[in-house]
Design a binder for this molecule. Structure first.
Ligand code: HEC
Ligand code: HEC
Ligand code: HEC
Length: 110
């Protein structure tokens, strides 16, 4: 029994280690999306809690690969309430995952 679980632990380490090594650069812990995307509207800037999302979700929920890289959402429209962050990225996931106050303005615009 003991030998078997040690074997399982060893096997899972063999699987997990290369994935961690592959993930490499995790990027910044927080990201000012307003500045990064050059958005000029009057809403207060969204400081995206990147590290917090990384602790709950795999990278490929938002990026094109398991190692990060390009966002898989095509952010073209950046103005107004129907902007692509709201309609393609932040809101659909918050709704699907039932994030408390996930669509309340003050959750993201401080
Ligand atoms: C889940 C996060 C999130 C929530 C909730 C949210 N927004 Fe946003 N919003 C963003 C992001 C990200 C941007 C783009 C980055 C930025 O402008 O800081 C943005 C941009 C905007 C913009 C365009 C840019 C500008 O400054 O004019 C408007 C308008 C806006 N939001 C209004 C709202 C309103 C009104 C609410 C509440 C009904 C709301 N947002 C709720 C994430 C959110
Ligand atoms: C909930 C969505 C989400 C998750 C999950 C997520 N990221 Fe990100 N990540 C973003 C956003 C949004 C940005 C900033 C926008 C951009 O770079 O275009 C970003 C930016 C980055 C950057 C900086 C890119 C640059 O050009 O400076 C790296 C590196 C990165 N992420 C790696 C990762 C890795 C590795 C994981 C998994 C451990 C991960 N991300 C998980 C949303 C996410
Ligand atoms: C793929 C799913 C997913 C996407 C995409 C996503 N989020 Fe979230 N977000 C979550 C989850 C899950 C939580 C709740 C985490 C928890 O507290 O358990 C959350 C929570 C948050 C919180 C609350 C943090 C706190 O400390 O209470 C903020 C702010 C937030 N997200 C901003 C954003 C913004 C801005 C975007 C778009 C740029 C975004 N999220 C995109 C899944 C996502």
């Amino acid at each position: 029994m003991r030998g078997r679980s040690l074997g399982l632990i060893a096997a899972s380490l063999l699987v997990v280690t290369p994935i961690l090594a592959f993930a490499g650069d995790k990027g910044p812990a927080t990201i000012d999306l307003k500045a990064k995307y050059g958005i000029t509207g009057s809403k207060s800037a969204v400081i995206f809690p990147h590290a917090m999302h990384q602790s709950k979700l795999t990278c490929d929920k938002c990026h094109t690969s398991a190692a990060g890289g390009k966002l898989k959402f095509d952010i073209v429209k950046k103005e107004g309430i129907m902007n692509d962050f709201h309609s393609k990225m932040c809101w659909p996931c918050h709704t699907a995952m039932k994030v408390p106050k996930g669509k309340a303005c003050a959750t993201c615009h401080k």
